[in-house]
Design a protein. Structure first.
Ligand code: ZN
Ligand code: ZN
Length: 344
């Protein structure tokens, strides 16, 4: 494991669920990995030992009955490890305190594995593509379902059900359905509000396939859109599409975010969040496309979202989002649903 060597550590302790899965293949929770240059160990409990044995083939599986962290600490001691990297961002204060007590002579060094999963391999890309296809299918179906008089949560339930029927393990995140004035809440989860003719409905949803997420947003008009609604929709769509060819190797997250803001022009002041984020085993992961992005240069086979939005308080909101693969020649959309303004 190169991170072990890079940090001059004798071992690495991995506990964040997605990182455990990425490094070992184990898809359950309640597990830790202890990785040294010679050994790979996975500690879990009796509910998971069979599954771990089947999924994490390169790992020695240790079953604990006395508590995950107690057994993890015991294993670290038995390996005579002097210095171990741990994911400080993902451990609670209580666990860190317990580890220090159980391992008084072991040096605990904070490490970050967040950038490890940024660039996807072919298999990961195909799993994310599948999750995107499922979300695209649900969007096509929901267009036949939405009508005035439905509650927002009925639309959310329809989307989630359509994705489940198509093979999604679970919604990738809480489905957002925000209609009319609620559309100005970028993360308004669905409520009992009735959808009325003449409103925009923003739906932000995603599927999970073999652990990998997809993320898509579409905004549709139920009934006729006003001229103002059309103008805002056109501006957001223009920004979203103008960014796509620029999502390529070598461009920074800050540049892309700034470019989208420039294209939005007079509406930029209503763009209340950042342009996008990485998508993978987590719905929001590195790299970020934002004013504060640490990503100085996108790499081929990263997967990010392109999601500008305009939110006008008291009126409505529009967001359009695709999951996009970074290539040397520009972004390739993995979510392919049409983006022309739909009036249902
Ligand atoms: Zn989204
Ligand atoms: Zn997103």
């Amino acid at each position: 494991m190169s991170l072990v060597n890079e940090n001059k550590l004798s071992a690495m302790l991995v506990s964040k669920e997605e990182n455990v899965r990425y490094l070992s293949g184990f898809s359950g929770d309640s597990a830790t990995l202890i990785i040294t240059p010679e050994k790979k160990i996975l500690v879990t409990d009796g509910r998971y030992t069979e599954q771990a044995g089947a999924e994490a083939k390169d790992f020695e599986i240790i079953e604990q009955t006395e508590g995950l962290w107690r057994k993890t600490a015991e294993t670290i001691l038995s390996l005579k490890i002097k210095k171990i990297g741990f994911e400080g961002k993902h451990l609670t204060y209580a666990v860190h305190a317990a580890l220090k007590k159980l391992l008084p002579k072991v040096e605990l060094v904070h490490i970050s594995l967040e950038n490890f999963r940024e660039v996807k391999d072919e298999e990961e890309i195909s799993l994310i593509q599948k999750a995107c296809d499922i979300a695209d299918f649900a969007f096509e179906e929901v267009l036949k379902f939405i009508r005035p008089g439905l509650k927002e949560f009925e639309v959310a339930a329809f989307l989630e059900n359509a994705m489940r029927n198509k093979g999604s393990e679970k919604a990738a995140f809480d489905t957002i359905v925000a209609s009319g004035v609620r559309g100005s809440l970028p993360h308004g989860i669905s409520t009992e509000k009735l959808i009325i003719s003449g409103e925009f409905v923003t739906m932000d949803f995603g599927a999970t396939y073999k652990g990998y997420a997809s993320d898509i947003t579409r905004t549709v008009a139920v009934g006729k859109a006003t001229e103002e609604m059309r103008n805002v929709y056109g501006a957001v769509l223009k920004a979203q599409e103008s960014v796509l060819p620029k999502i390529k190797t070598g461009v920074s997250g800050v540049e892309l975010d700034a470019f989208a803001r420039k294209v939005l022009g007079e509406y930029e002041k209503y763009f209340a969040h950042s342009l996008g984020h990485g998508v993978g085993l987590e719905i929001h992961e590195e790299p970020r496309l934002s004013k504060k992005s640490k990503c100085l240069s996108l790499k081929k086979n990263m997967i990010v979202t392109d999601e500008p939005g305009v939110y006008i308080e008291g009126k409505f909101g529009v967001r359009i989002e695709d999951t996009v693969l970074v290539t040397d020649n520009g972004g390739v959309r993995l979510t392919k649903s049409d983006k022309k303004l739909v009036e249902l």
